[in-house]
Design a protein around this ligand. Sequence first.
Ligand SMILES: *Cc1c(COP(=O)(O)O)cnc(C)c1O
Length: 385
Amino acid sequence: MRVYFDNAASTRTDERVIEAMLPYFTEKYAIPTSQFSHSFGVEVSDAISLSRQTIASHVGASDAEEIIFTSSGTEANNLAIKGVAYANSNSGKHLITSQVEHLSVLESMRKLEQEGFEVTYLPVDSSGFIDIDKLKLSLRDDTILVSVQLANHETGTLQNFEEIANIVKGKGVLLHTDAAISYPYINISADRFPVDLMTISPHKFYGPKGIGILYVKKGTKITKLIDGGFNEFNIRAGSENVPGIVGAAKAVEIFDYKDVEKIHKLKGLLVRRIEQEISDVELNGSRNNALPQIANYTFSYIEGESVSLRLDFEGIAVTTGSACYSRNLQASYILIAMGKSHEQAHGSIRFSLSKYNTEEEINYTVDKLAEIVEDLRKLSPLGKE
Ligand SMILES: *Cc1c(COP(=O)(O)O)cnc(C)c1O
């Protein structure tokens, strides 16, 4: 049996998405900027406009021009943070984010620090919730942007975003949220939450890779990072990834909340069985305010790395709280920021589910997991005293 529980990294592309994309490789392969020269360009330009409108209406944008296509969620985060910082540096050079953001946010911030900006990294509590009082205290007259994720990609913890948004917007500061792992699992909408910028990553919800979406509220000053043309309303140059754009719109359009129910139930089964059948386990992140598709556990006394290797041997794909950031096994900075010890962080495993997973896969996985954990604990030098 092959079981894929690494859907927070990427999901399988829905057949309907692939079907929608195919003609844009074989029949409609012009680029939209050629619309002024020939009709091949016109049909492609129309397809992009339609895709943009579809996405705009689903995310609650008031205008299709608020949707900017990039190459990835990573690029969308770079554009949101550096683009806003460069365009607004005459009003201030201070930015605020949290310690548990995705690396595309954290490294964009670090780059800005090297260039003379100042960044406040907000701490989180043991469940991964951002310190709201610290946020209030950190907002200054020269703060130009706050960038806070809607939910965490490693633990699933869902921020009290409405409260955060009200505080930030109450001070009149621009607000960006990295919703790459949250949208559309969490039904966020730009007309309900007062966000100015929002990152979306279609390959996290059955869309294609190689395409990212940045919602940019009309009137937000932003500098482009990729030069070489006037594409995307002069915010992002480069020939458009037409199949990717069409596929992204399809993924947004067909996303079905019944699947969220299904995933939620599967996670419930996983959580119940792990906690009933394996001793000394701890759920990392919030139990009640969390994404439906992520469950992150620490298995005491053993290394997550050994568990994931053994699971892989049984055909089961998960990720550990270590390794992924570096070759020399660093513990997850996210779990460390939540106050976990290095042992706890190294002993963690992330299970991330999709609509393609089944109860049978969950049951198979917990059966194997229970055996593996028991085995490893017998051998473990970290074993119980
Ligand atoms: C996946 C992810 C990203 C990066 O998106 P890509 O499209 O893979 O570049 C950024 N932030 C979060 C929270 C993510 O889960």
